[in-house]
Design a binder for this molecule. Sequence first.
Ligand code: SF4
Length: 536
Amino acid sequence: MSNPAFNAEHLLFTPASPDRSAVPTIFAFPNEYTVGITSLGYQVVWATLAMRSDLDVARLFTDVHESLPRSPELVGFSLSWELDYVNILNLLEFLEVPIRGQNRGDNDPLIFGGGPVLSANPEPFADFFDVILVGDGEDLLGNFINAYQQVRTADRFTKLKHLAQVPGIYIPSLYRVEYAGNLIASIQPIDSNIPATITKQTYRGNTLSASTVVTEKAAWENIFMVEVVRSCPEMCRFCLASYLTLPFRVADVEDSLIPAIDRGLTVTNRLGLLGASVTQHPEFPALLEHLNQPKYDDIRLSVSSVRTNTVTVQLAEILAKRDSKSLTIAVESGSERIRKIVNKKLATDEIFQAAANAKAGGLKGLKLYGMAGIPGEENSDIEETVQMLRSVKKATPGLRLTFGCSTFVPKAHTPFQWFGVNKEADKRLKLLQKQLTPNGIEFRPESYNWSVIQAIISRGDRRLSQLLELTRNYGDSIGSFKRAFKELKGQIPELDFYVHQTWDTDRILPWQHLIGPLPKPTLIKHLESATVQFNN
Ligand code: SF4
């Protein structure tokens, strides 16, 4: 461990000493160290691997790495941001491993991957990976390594066929996709011994993730993170964080969360409570009360997004006292009609109350988060959002109000996966900018073009691997993607097909063979519950 980045780490687990026959393994994050080490998922998987004496694990980031084995047998990537795929390809080249699985031989390592991007829709990246772990890593990771050990000395094809039998392990090369024009005609395993579908794995324990390393070099300096909840029971119809990870699970406060927090606070005073919607934890008030004790007086506490109607004065006070300056709530839209369409169970009054409570508790700011281009949205809904934000601003003078807004992007395994990106969204973001900024509301839009790129990847199929290889050399702008689509014209469907078109529900989806938490008929029912509201 000679690199200063690694020397600054406080480990909260004990790595095993590798056996003499340990499998030489590299576990990579396809971005810089400071980004990777701030990913709770990366930290936890690395610690899980490093605690096994049958593995000898070295970490690799785009800027630093530990001492790497000359002939790794396993190389893993944790992918949490779509465009980091470029760095995966670069790191494979750095390791002198062929980029495409089909060009790898018996002497090349198996390239495995996991993380939210690959669990949702791995298909655009399928040709670059030998093994994809679909779902929660808690049991899956160990099952993968154990199964690998059983076939470690076999040839590559035998290894892959054996691994394909493990629930949640997806071996893309063992599935053949056939097309009929733009559409997918079938997705079939190459032989009858390979499972026809892969079921996403769900961990059901009540101890969730916690940081395994704390470092000043993390993007959130010295933060100790604990996962308070996993998934979200609200099921907003577009929401991957909810639908992909259902059912909603909570960490046990007494037996798991508090001991984890106390362990973390021995090496830092900065605590982050993580989860799609942490205040959904039924014992969240008790946890807050616990953290309100004098012994925690000097901690700096931050929470990720909270549910609007759980912003109490008490929550705001505790956060303000523990060095949080603002709070984020997702409101999606100022229009009640749109909130009904997306199944957001939130009344406009509750947004006003949350702002009033945030201010009364001593917070300096409130960040509201919303979307443009939600299916069924009209310009009048955007105007309602503007009106609502102006009124909140007026009702809570002195509270800094920020509106973060992205464009709706369809995500696999959600009821809105069939909708395309609304081309009007770009204009609507500009309209919001024009109307909000002069009224003292800070507007933070996410780039419309970035949403288009996300949609290409989130609804992409295997044919896009060619496109991704081309754009890699052109840069990550929308212009690069358009240029690559133009170059591949006639060979793959056009951008419009992936991004903007609304797809029929009876079409075979690129991820049809990957079984998410809810069956397709349920997703269709939820979709219909949204579309019946369109004309209300
Ligand atoms: S409340 Fe937030 S996290 Fe929960 S389903 Fe809705 S958007 Fe997703």
